[in-house]
Each structure stands twice: as C-alpha cells, then as structure tokens.
Design a binder for this molecule. Structure first.
Ligand code: SIN
Ligand code: MN
Length: 218
C-alpha cells in the first residue's frame, strides 16, 4: 500500500493511482482466483429486464441480487449458494485505502467484477446499502487489477456531465462523504493494457462496502 498521490477529483471522490504494489496486486488476484475456483465462483448476472450484465460477478460477504437490487445472504438469483465470506486480508486493503482518503470503513461486502474485452457497466449509483451507511457517507472503495478500465465519474444526478478517468492495475478509487452517491460506470476495457506479469486477461475490480453503520444492521 503505497499511494504515491491521492487525487481528489470531486468532493469526497479520490483516485489513488498505483495504490497496490505489483506484489500486492498478485496477492489480491491469487485470493480472487482461489475464491473463483470454490463452489460459489463467478457468474454472469441477469438484470431486471432479463438481459445480462456485461461483466461476471462474485459477491463476498453478502450477495447483491441484480434482479431486486438488494443484498442477501444466498445467491437466490443464481444458484442459491451462500455468498463466500470476505477475507480479512482483502477487507484490510479497503480500510487502508479509505483511510488514505480520510474516511473510515468497516467493510463487510465486496463485489468482485470480472470484465472481458467487451466488458462495461452503465452509469449507476451505489445505493443499495443500508440508509445508515449512505447517510453517513461511509465510502465505497474500489481496487483495480489487470487491463485498464475507462471509468466514468458523473454527478449526483444522472444527467450531469461525466469525466473519464483511466483506472489502471493497482489503482484504488474512493467515493465517500459528499461523493458517496455519485453516478459512475465503466465505459470500456482497454484490451492488453494490464501488466503482463500479472497474467490476467481482462480486468477485475473489487468494490468494498459497509452494509450498515451499526454492527448487526439487518
Ligand atoms: C461498479 O461500479 O460496481 C464497478 C466499478 C469498477 O469496476 O471499477
Ligand atoms: Mn458501482
């Protein structure tokens, strides 16, 4: 964890380029690959309208249901298996990245997205966590691995203009406080742009959240 710089792009919205060192990136990827090889691995979520998302997902801690936009313990929109636990070593990375941006988080959820060459994610807000978290501005922390993603950062309303930022392997991104509910998305993946030593084709992102402010929130 070696944030050379912390760039505040908008209030409460921070880009930490090169946050994870190459060995840390390899460790995180190995952890993700071990989880992916377990019983409850990556799957391609289907959304409300019946279409598929443009990335695979693997939810840790709690499962995010792409049909209901709610969190649950089991993957009821897929195979009914329990969401695998969030490993402490991953959660710690999010705690430290949040701290580098001046925020506190006790993460209990991580959504791991895996994007292929044509992967993308439409503009959206992360607002399915408990109101206690959203009201307090507890951040969402993301870590990027592999190929770069063209990240779009919008405003608090959908029609506000967006700014494009390249999220490279090892970058962290933190949206908290007044930035917690900003619209964002992934416009495209920059094929072949990742560090060759990582041996990852495509892009993996890990997005950490704290479901509720008080321990034991439902
Ligand atoms: C997301 O907004 O859920 C994912 C963002 C990313 O892949 O960096
Ligand atoms: Mn999001």
């Amino acid at each position: 964890m070696s944030a050379a710089e912390t760039v505040e792009l908008a209030p409460g919205t921070f880009h930490l380029p090169g946050y994870l060192s190459p060995p840390e990136q390899r460790r995180v990827l190995a952890t993700v690959q071990a989880l992916a090889d377990g019983a409850a691995g990556f799957y391609r979520p289907r959304v409300r309208g019946g279409g598929f998302m443009h990335c695979d997902m693997l939810c840790l801690g709690r499962h995010w249901n792409a049909r209901t936009y709610t969190y649950e313990w089991q993957r009821s929109d897929h195979d009914g298996l329990p969401a695998p636990p969030l490993p402490l070593a991953l959660a710690r990375l999010a705690v430290d990245a949040a701290a580098a941006a001046g925020f506190t988080i006790d993460p209990d959820i991580c959504l791991v997205n895996r994007y292929g060459d044509d992967g993308r994610m439409g503009l959206h807000q992360d607002k399915d966590e408990d109101a206690s978290t959203l009201d307090a501005g507890v951040p969402v922390v993301s870590l990027s691995l592999g190929d770069s993603g063209r990240f779009l950062l919008g405003g608090l309303r959908r029609r506000e203009p967006t700014t494009a930022i390249e999220l490279r392997s090892g970058d962290a991104f933190v949206m908290g406080g007044p930035g917690r509910l900003r619209y964002h998305g992934i416009a495209r993946i920059l094929r072949g742009s990742g560090p060759p030593v990582l041996g990852l084709r495509g892009r993996v992102s890990l997005t950490f959240r704290q479901y509720a402010l008080a321990a034991g929130g439902s």
